[in-house]
Design a protein around this ligand. Structure first.
Ligand SMILES: Cc1cc2nc3c(=O)[nH]c(=O)nc-3n(C[C@H](O)[C@H](O)[C@H](O)COP(=O)(O)O)c2cc1C
Length: 351
């Protein structure tokens, strides 16, 4: 494998999504084998206890690399978590030339176009044909599937779970600190940044921006929470956009084993790339699924609410574990701002 091919594969990997744009990936080449590792300094924080978010990001990164390599004529033999005592070692990938996979790989064309869109409202409908294409991509990863709330009762239950989880992100001091620390207010409201969440990507309406920015201070958040600020934010960030979007689905994983969470990230990426090819905009909502797994150490005052959340989510999508909701629909235009990425050399040994 030559240097350009290796570099192109890594660039495809880095284009993957990650929670809060944390980009928690490290790459190490060993000849033509590639080790994908989780970056210790960019993982393991509150919501990432047990590396649930990082494992999903690693899965998405891995899938991008596998898809892009296939379009270049390389097949991948992937071993996930090769050494149980090395919890940061997500995968070893052995690349081999495979004349049979020298075919165009349709999803590869969407790798650079895929992005998160937090605007609304979006048009529809997301037709049964489109849903079937997205389902098929998820199912290519054994045990993974998409659940689509169909009836008004199911949709209402899903909305309630997502809204409660998003509200908790502003109500719990621990989750609030984590959320606001990932927003790069120094970048201003118009420019992208290469790591973390640029305000321009958050779709906050101009008149509310100063208040939103003030909320990063715990004392302001606590004070405004007495007036119901967390509920309003949960309503604005989740309930309203979802109500004004035609599609909502939930990625369901078969177990909470790390290998299944990573495979969930691979499925998530395939679904997102297919949605991009179909012209759909996508916003993930991960809080409900991730908080429900029970690994996140929030304050004791919120524990009962968390366990109720887990029960409600479980009843919605059993068997399995609902990991991340996806809001879907057709936007009229591309978003003004997109998240950037760090320079390639910062991810480890770039070839
Ligand atoms: C595991 C995971 C969880 C995410 N959770 C959320 C979320 O709860 N809300 C949200 O708006 N975006 C979420 N995102 C989207 C990321 O913020 C986004 O991928 C990142 O900022 C990079 O931007 P891009 O997708 O436009 O490349 C999530 C992404 C991943 C991979």
């Amino acid at each position: 494998m030559n240097r350009d091919t290796k570099a192109a594969i890594l660039c495809a990997g880095v284009a993957a999504p990650s929670a809060d744009n944390s980009q928690p990936w490290r790459f190490e080449w060993r000849g033509d084998d590639l080790d994908l590792r989780i970056d210790e300094g960019r993982s393991g924080r509150v919501s990432d206890t047990r590396y649930v978010l990082s494992d999903m990001a690693a899965g998405a990164c891995l899938e991008n690399m596998v898809i892009h390599a296939r379009s270049l004529g390389y097949a991948a033999d992937v071993q996930t978590f090769p050494r149980p005592d090395d919890e940061l070692w997500a995968a070893r990938i052995r690349w081999r030339r495979d004349p049979e996979c020298d075919q165009p790989e349709p999803l590869a064309g969407a790798i650079e176009q895929r992005h998160t869109d937090r605007r609304f409202p979006w048009g529809g409908p997301v037709t049964p044909d489109t849903q079937a294409r997205l389902n098929a991509q998820a199912k290519l990863m054994p045990g993974q599937r998409l659940y689509w709330p169909q009836t008004p009762r199911e949709r209402k239950a899903a909305l309630s779970v997502i809204r409660q989880a998003e509200t908790l992100r502003f109500r719990s001091p621990t989750l609030h600190a984590e959320l606001f620390s990932s927003i790069r207010f120094a970048a201003g409201w118009h420019t992208a940044c290469e790591e973390g969440l640029a305000p321009v990507t958050l779709a906050v309406e101009p008149p509310v921006r100063p208040v939103f920015q003030a909320l990063r201070r715990p004392v302001v958040m606590t004070m405004l929470n007495r007036l119901g600020a967390a509920s309003i934010l949960g309503w604005r960030s989740a309930w309203l956009p979802i109500r004004l979007s035609p599609g909502l689905c939930l990625l369901v994983i078969p177990s909470t084993a790390r290998s299944d969470v990573l495979a969930g990230g691979r499925a998530l990426q395939r679904v997102w790339l297919q949605a991009t090819l179909d012209g759909l905009s996508v916003q993930p909502y991960a809080a409900a699924g991730v908080l429900s797994l029970g690994f996140v150490p929030v304050e004791p005052a919120f524990q009962r609410q968390l366990s109720r959340l887990g029960t409600a989510l479980g009843e919605l999508c059993e068997p399995g574990y609902g990991l991340v909701f996806l809001r879907l629909g057709y936007a009229r235009s591309a978003p003004h701002g997109r998240s950037g990425r760090r320079v390639p050399a910062s991810f480890g040994t770039f070839p």
